[in-house]
Write a protein that binds this ligand. Structure first.
Ligand code: 5GP
Length: 185
């Protein structure tokens, strides 16, 4: 039987990466799917680990071949979860955690019944802005991401996500781990 699917959505800068890292450290059976993106690689990112970095024609070829469970345009770039990455994790007997945006989460909810959908909220716009500026994106891009975040949070709530404010990583990890355990039981 297939593993379970857990979707964590959050606007950029909500602290999703640290959460997922910590969840995986505690639970080796949880796997992430490495997403595809057309966004340029940041200096500290590794191709095949953080994302599969592809160009627009490559991404569009995969869309045409129905290669994605979900995909979305986030800001100016494509992001998507490939069906192959998911199938591969399931084949190894793992449960899968997807770290995606709210548009992508909406598609997953339509296609996969019984998946957990958690929406992680940044504690404040200030904290979010700090996180975004600290990682080397152009400042105007950081500003745009903050604006888009508000609309994304509203949409996630509308879709019935379980909302968790990430003001304390330890507590957030414990809460999400409990939700995951509940889904497995
Ligand atoms: P970043 O460029 O900061 O790595 O990610 C920007 C946004 O794209 C984040 O909200 C992130 O969750 C989202 N994202 C990353 N991978 C995927 C994916 O495979 N599908 C979708 N829909 N969104 C993704």
């Amino acid at each position: 039987t297939a593993g379970k699917l857990f979707v964590i959505a959050a606007p950029s800068g909500a602290g999703k990466t640290s959460l997922v890292h910590e969840l995986r450290r505690r639970d080796p059976n949880l796997r992430m799917c490495v997403s595809h993106t057309t966004r340029p690689r940041r200096p500290n990112e590794v191709d095949g680990r953080d994302y599969h970095f592809v160009d627009v024609p490559q991404f569009e070829t995969m869309i045409a071949a129905d290669g994605f469970l979900e995909h979305a345009r986030v800001f100016d770039h494509y992001y998507g979860t490939s069906r192959a990455a998911l199938a591969d994790a399931y084949a190894r007997g793992h449960d899968v955690i997807l770290e995606i945006d709210v548009q992508g989460a909406a598609q997953v909810l339509e296609r996969v019944s019984d998946c957990l959908f958690v929406l992680l909220e940044p504690p404040s716009a200030e904290v979010q802005a700090e996180r975004l500026r600290g990682r080397g994106d152009p400042p105007e891009q950081a500003e745009r991401r903050i604006e888009v975040a508000q609309a994304e949070l509203a949409e996630g709530r509308r879709l019935g996500a379980i909302c968790i404010v990430n003001d304390d990583l330890e507590r957030t990890v414990a809460e999400v781990a409990a939700l995951i355990a509940e889904r497995r039981s």
